[in-house]
Design a protein around this ligand. Structure first.
Ligand code: FE2
Ligand code: FE2
Length: 371
């Protein structure tokens, strides 16, 4: 091959679109109908409760006093921290449950930003600090460590999932399925944010993951489309889902808030990568248990199972790719960057364990009261 031919090949390699020949309108009615709903399935902003609003609009010293007073009470502290963060993050992700979704509001957005930063500091200083993690010099050692952690951390085989598979009454399973929908409804935007600030191999891995999330260009294969199908076929459909969201337990937001915190702060770019690796790794074991629970109640509709079944198939690969993204990263990561990836991975494991412990307590307590 001549130099010119090689150059022509290189220049032409992306001339053809990976979207197919031409974008076209969806072929199926279901696709058209399910895309008629706003997603994520959140209501438009209609005000905050008094405590949230007061904290967001408060000066620094009043915020400090509020948090100091809450700290001795574990449950109240966690609840306030995570509920308030969950009210603020829609503004980071630009969804319609942000008060500044339709019209920019400079003053309010500045207040939300400073309240968020204060709460994130509270999280990392007093609620769940970055754990101590081993130090590695090389990417290869760090990738081995991450793979081991991903397979063995206490969130992977958490007893919550045994409970769901073998014991939980139907109403607990339904509640947990809605909780999982809320956890996963914005994963594509989380992955999109994760690409920002990464380079080279890590960026390629995350971009490939995002392309999967976006159904590789097909509307019916968006991972969120599978959630649309799940919601549509759950009891009382979309309305039932809106009602449930009102009573969503605060601790079910722990992993989402952890991810959002790491994704939105420049200093935590590598922690966010490590965090996402752990989250992707436990999807398959968790969803396998959820599918077993569905078997127990003869929930066999494809619309309700596809989200879980598809992720059992795809997420082990995503997790492997994320570990390889560290192993083969170019430009090479410095020891300090490697350290940050591990910090994020271990924080994710700890945060997940806390969330699953609280879910399991919640279900067991409910069962005792209704037995
Ligand atoms: Fe996904
Ligand atoms: Fe995934």
């Amino acid at each position: 091959m001549t130099y010119d031919e090689t150059l022509d090949d290189e220049a032409a390699q992306q001339a053809k679109s990976i979207l197919g020949n031409r974008l076209a309108a969806p072929a199926r009615d279901t696709v058209e109908r399910l895309y008629g709903h706003y997603f994520p399935p959140v209501p438009a902003f209609d005000g905050w409760d008094d405590d949230t609003e007061a904290f967001i609009r408060a000066e620094d010293n009043d915020r400090e006093a509020t948090l100091t007073a809450l700290r001795p009470r574990d449950d109240a502290h966690g609840r306030f921290l995570h509920q308030t963060l969950a009210e603020i993050y829609p503004n980071t992700f630009t969804y319609r449950d942000s008060p500044a979704h339709e019209t920019a509001d400079d003053g309010l957005e500045v207040s939300m930003f400073s309240a968020r930063v204060r709460l994130e500091r509270e999280y990392l200083r007093h609620w769940l600090p970055f754990p101590h993690v081993p130090r590695y010099e090389t990417q290869e050692e760090a990738a081995d460590h991450l793979e081991h952690l991903a397979a063995t951390n206490p969130g992977v085989d958490h007893p919550l999932f045994d409970y769901l598979a073998a014991e939980a009454p139907r109403r607990h399973l339904e509640k947990f399925l809605r909780g999982e929908t809320i956890r996963n409804e914005i994963v594509d935007d989380e992955v999109a944010l994760l690409t920002v600030g990464l380079q080279g191999t890590q960026k390629a891995v995350v971009a490939a993951n995002l392309w999967d999330e976006c159904g590789r260009g097909r509307l019916e294969n968006f991972h969120t489309f599978w959630l649309r199908r799940l919601i549509d076929r759950s009891e009382n459909g979309w309305e039932g889902f809106y009602d449930y969201r009102e009573n969503h337990p605060w601790f079910a937001k722990i992993t989402s808030n952890t991810n959002a915190m790491l994704l939105s702060r420049p200093a935590y770019t590598q922690q966010a990568y490590g965090c996402f690796l752990v989250f992707e790794s436990w999807v398959a074991p968790h969803f396998t248990h959820i599918l077993t629970a569905m078997d127990r109640f003869a929930i066999d509709e494809a619309d309700r199972r596809i989200y879980f079944a598809a992720h059992v198939a795809v997420d082990p690969r995503h997790a492997d790719e994320l570990a390889d993204g560290v192993r083969f990263q170019r430009p090479r990561l410095s020891p300090a960057e490697i350290h940050r990836v591990l910090q994020g991975a271990h924080l994710a494991a700890d945060a997940g364990k806390r969330q699953y412990d609280l879910w399991l307590d919640h279900f067991r307590t409910d069962k005792e009261h209704t037995a």
